[in-house]
Ligand binder design. Structure first.
Ligand SMILES: [Zn+2]
Length: 512
């Protein structure tokens, strides 16, 4: 009995011990969580952002002005890298840095595919934004049913651009770009062409000449809507000068035109009162935006310099921010408002060359131009949109330490990260391009300064020129009707928002 009792009591103790142990592990009920992380910097940032967004009121006033910023090839990876680069250049934390437009209240994703391609080139992409319809690659301002390089077949398939409507209702319209002002993006403002490369008459095919197609440079100078374009600043001078004329900046170069016309002279003849033509920095600085409101500026025979190379330019070039400021100053005097397109044209060219350094320095120059515009305009009456026309095959690789240079080799916890080939790799790399594998072998970068401006990023597929990429790009917007950018949209929707904000087509109808 005693034994039995002893046994049962020992058994009971064991159960008691088991119960006690499980009581420690099992969740207690009825307790209250305490949010202990409210002092954390990320947490506080989120709270402040929420408070800011809760304060937002949609601005439904008619926009007086619209500025469309297009970073050519400014995909999301490029944007992230540029944000880090810009911060690191200033000696602050790169990853938490923000570019000016990243503080805009509204954003959406833009699906950029062309009418005939998963990946767009700049011509139909700018065309989609400026006309509301998608086009085939390499075509300017014509419907998707028009055929590339077929001038005759394109007749009657031209579509109307927002700039043409703006001019027809008495607004000002213009473009500034670091690319040729006749290049794909700015040309979408004013031209209709079965081939984006028909920039001067020397580029036209026999078929185009016999069917009466006109080159893009001539279309700029002869723009027939209203009193024509107002401020056009960029490169591409050789498309405006005759082949018999020496270039003013480079004595060994000449114009391209075969028709003998000097289109810069034609511009001055057309705008004898308020017109100006400039080709260097000193002339640009001497312009007075109060009375010189019809300005053609052509600062290079071809594209303008990359921002990194600009200070070394022979004739001197204005930076994108200064061209933007001038365009706003010159067109602001119009009480009917203005439509301005600003293109960071060479972000794209840096990536085509797999040269991330020049891509990022041009991206920073593009951001500086947006900052300059924000300092000038009143967001209560001006809609500002910042977007890209397409992405590039750039990626941000590895798990680099937070303060690792964005152009550097990947270091994790201070140590070089190595591929299976035993070689280090850079944070920024391309899927294809001139930095592609040579005979299937990757160069060893151990003793290479990958932050050098002339360093060419490694790529997988070897190509002479890196390609565009087809994933969605971002749209950021601030000002009247910016809240119409939501979710994932077709790139051609950007036209609808700009047109609605300006009530442009309604004003055009109202005139009739
Ligand atoms: Zn491109």
């Amino acid at each position: 009995m005693q034994f039995r009792l002893k046994t049962s009591s020992r058994f009971g103790l064991a159960i008691l011990a088991l119960w006690a142990t499980s009581a420690v592990v099992a969740p207690a009920f009825g307790e209250e969580a305490k949010i202990v992380q409210t002092d954390d910097a990320y947490f506080k940032d989120g709270e402040a952002n929420l408070a800011r967004i809760l304060q937002q009121q949609p601005n439904t006033k008619r926009a007086k002005n619209v500025i469309l910023f297009v970073g050519d090839g400014f995909g999301v990876a490029t944007m992230t890298a540029a944000r880090i680069f810009e911060g690191q250049q200033r000696g602050v934390d790169g990853v938490s840095n923000l570019l000016s437009f990243e503080k805009f209240p509204h954003a959406a994703l833009s699906r950029t595919y062309a009418h005939d391609s998963q990946v767009t080139d700049s011509a139909p992409s700018a065309g989609a934004m400026l006309t509301g319809v998608k086009m085939r690659n390499n075509m300017e301002g014509v419907r998707g049913s028009a055929e590339w390089r077929n001038c005759g077949g394109t007749k009657g398939k031209e579509v109307t651009t927002l700039a043409e409507v703006a001019k027809s209702i008495g607004m000002s319209a213009g473009a500034v770009s670091t690319a040729r002002i006749t290049d794909a993006t700015p040309a979408a403002l004013y031209s209709h062409s079965a081939n984006r490369l028909w920039e001067s008459d020397a580029d036209l095919s026999e078929e185009a000449v016999s069917n009466g197609c006109i080159d893009i440079a001539r279309q700029l100078v002869e723009m027939k809507y209203g009193d024509g374009l107002d401020v056009m600043l960029g490169g591409g001078r050789f498309n405006f000068l005759p082949a018999t004329m020496a270039d003013p900046e480079y004595a060994d170069r000449k114009g391209k035109r075969k028709d003998g016309r000097d289109l810069t002279a034609d511009w001055l003849k057309r705008y004898s009162n308020s017109g100006a033509y400039v080709w260097n920095l000193d002339q640009f600085k001497a312009l007075n935006p109060k009375n010189q409101t019809k300005v053609l500026g052509l600062f290079e025979p071809d594209n303008m310099k990359f921002d990194f190379d600009r200070p070394k330019d022979k004739g001197g070039e204005p930076e994108l921010a200064d061209m933007t400021t001038f365009a706003i100053d010159a067109m602001s005097s119009n009480p009917n408002g203005y439509f301005l397109m600003v293109e960071g044209g060479r972000i794209d060219h840096g990536s085509h060359a797999n040269n991330a350094y020049r891509t990022l320095t041009d991206a920073v120059a593009f951001d500086k131009a947006i900052k300059a515009a924000l300092a000038k305009v009143n967001l209560d009456e001006t809609l500002i949109i910042v977007t890209a026309d397409h992405s590039h095959a750039l990626t941000m690789n590895g798990y680099p330490d937070r303060d690792n240079p964005i152009l550097g080799l990947v270091k994790e916890k201070g140590k070089l990260a190595l591929g299976l080939d035993g070689k280090p790799y850079t944070t920024l790399g391309y899927a294809n391009g001139p930095g592609g594998l040579k005979d299937g072998v990757r160069a060893d970068l151990k003793s290479v300064d990958t932050t050098d401006p002339d360093f060419i990023q490694q790529a997988l597929v070897p190509l002479t020129s890196e390609t565009h990429a087809g994933e969605d790009v971002a749209i950021f917007a601030a000002g009247p009707w910016a809240h119409l950018f939501q979710g994932s949209v077709e790139e051609s929707y950007i036209y609808q928002v700009m047109n609605h904000a300006l009530q442009a087509s309604a004003r055009l109808e109202g005139k009739k």
